[in-house]
Design a protein around this ligand. Structure first.
Ligand code: PNW
Length: 474
């Protein structure tokens, strides 16, 4: 049977957009906020493209009302944002700064008034610098600090935010932050990256329990993982073993303890040369295994790997930025390849079936757990036309392709409750600075004026009708 012309979604499906605090807020020195590791990192020469920082970003801290009004005008029904830890608890410990918390209360109230469901991420990579100075995520205490911060935010906003996300992409925090060093804090120590991963897990588990105690029982708690789709270049056993290793390091290291109550044995074995895992205490995995109400999947592109036949040195094309240090501990015998096909400005291959595979995998591995696509999107070199409009047919095609796969997964039995496109508007793309535009809304960085791209209109129509509009001819 041919595909029906209109692809409809369940009536309660959430049509959202996502952002994160450091990427959009600016106002880094206001209302008591202190530096996070991303302030320090972006102000360190050579760390970000052109030395760009989030000092002003897109000034969302001052423009949030207009931004919420724009979301409502477009027709979005959900918005995923993150809280800046050092705005709320500047030293990473001790009492809250009320002015910092108030910003998020105002933002949430504004969203609710416009009928937009907030989804709050507690940690999107901006650790208070003071906690990094005390050792950061490789230190066990950071997990306890995170749980306390989670409790404070839960107590303050649990009455108005129902959807909570503990961590965003702990893989990036651990392995780009402490392994390859392309993200803050820029450390390059494989053993520290593995300890960081465990303490992020532990912080997540402790935070889930802290939130449960601090909030109304009907609130839902999730985590957002950049779960990778890892494919073998060939079919020989060495390539399949390479897939296994990278799958353990990308996925199993988080969803093992979170969803199945154990780290994969193969992961522990493969990393023995850098850690004996003695930082994992007996009861930790039980703590991390705290029941969740939903799982967030962030998806951009699949990975394609093979066993290396010779010695490999230097940066490798794994799409994780340029560094001589690999984010993958104990994996110098594995090669990353470019998946064939069209790519976005990030150099990431467009592969919507990967999203289907990912959703179906978690449908099998975490039966009964509702799924959300908490990030998916593409960077393109968008420019306004002479008339000021911004046409981005590539992004519409990207969104259409991926949303079609979400719908196919739902038709095949997956319980996907919503989709958050990355990102609402152009913003600070971490080490790449402002050069990579992921927004559905264009931002003119000279004036900070916002202009919805044609993809924002297209997506808004999908949100309003619950079905994918046709893709305009390019
Ligand atoms: C995610 N990688 O980042 C983040 O959650 C967003 O803040 C970010 O803007 C977005 O995706 C686009 O990059 C990632 O190297 C950064 O695999 C790097 C990787 C994955 C996700």
């Amino acid at each position: 049977m041919p595909e029906p012309m209109t692809q409809t979604f369940p009536p309660a499906f959430l049509w959202g957009a996502a952002t994160s605090a450091y990427q959009i807020e600016g106002a880094v020195g206001e209302d008591g906020r202190t530096p996070s590791i991303w302030d320090t990192f972006s102000h360190t020469p050579g760390r970000t493209a052109g030395g760009e920082t989030g000092d002003v970003a897109v000034d969302h801290y001052h423009r949030y009302r207009d931004d919420v009004a724009l979301m409502a005008e477009l027709g979005l029904t959900a918005y995923r944002f993150s809280v800046s830890w050092s705005r709320v608890q500047p030293t990473g410990r001790g009492p809250v700064v009320q002015r910092g918390l108030d910003f998020y209360r105002r933002l949430v109230d504004e969203l609710l008034e416009h009928g937009i469901k907030p989804a709050l991420t507690l940690y999107h990579w901006d650790l208070p610098q003071e906690l990094e100075d005390a050792g950061g995520w490789p230190e066990r205490d950071t997990a306890f600090r995170f749980a306390e911060y989670a409790r404070l935010v839960g107590e303050a906003l649990g009455d108005r935010v129902e959807q909570w996300i503990t961590l965003n992409e702990p893989w990036c925090s651990a392995f780009l932050g402490y392994g390859s060093g392309v993200h803050a804090p820029g450390r390059t120590d494989p053993a520290a990256s593995l300890r960081a991963a465990h303490h992020l897990n532990l912080g997540h588990g402790l935070a889930v329990s802290a939130l449960r105690a601090a909030m109304p029982a009907h609130n839902r708690i999730a985590v957002s993982l950049n779960s990778s789709v890892v494919r073998p270049l060939g079919q020989d056993p060495a390539d399949l073993a390479a897939v296994r290793r990278i799958d353990d390091l990308a996925n199993g290291i988080f969803h093992g303890p979170m969803l199945h109550g154990a780290y994969p044995e193969t992961l522990l074995e493969a990393t023995r040369s850098v850690t004996d895992w003695s930082h994992v205490l007996d009861t930790d995995v039980r703590t991390i295994n705290a029941p969740l109400d939903a799982l967030g999947l962030n998806y951009y592109t699949p990975a394609l790997v093979s066993a290396a036949s010779g010695e490999v040195k230097g940066p490798r094309p794994d799409g994780h930025g340029a560094s001589e240090h690999s984010p993958w501990p104990c994996s110098d015998d594995i090669l990353f390849h470019q998946t064939p096909g069209e790519r976005t400005e990030m150099g990431w291959t467009i592969d919507p079936t990967g999203l289907y595979e990912l959703i179906m995998r978690y449908t099998r591995e975490a039966p009964g757990l509702p799924l959300y696509v908490t990030e998916n999107g593409a960077a393109y070199d968008d420019k306004p036309d002479p008339d000021g409009r911004v046409h981005d047919p590539e992004r519409i095609a990207y969104l259409h392709g991926h949303l079609s796969e979400v719908r196919r997964a739902i038709a095949d039995g997956a319980d996907v409750r919503g989709y958050y496109l990355w990102s609402l508007m152009d913003n600070f793309e971490w080490a790449y600075g402002y050069g990579k535009r992921f927004g559905a809304v264009y931002v003119d960085y000279a004036t900070l004026e916002r202009t919805p791209k044609s993809s924002a209109r297209w997506y808004g129509e999908a949100a309003r009708t619950g079905a994918l509009p046709p893709v305009p001819a390019a």
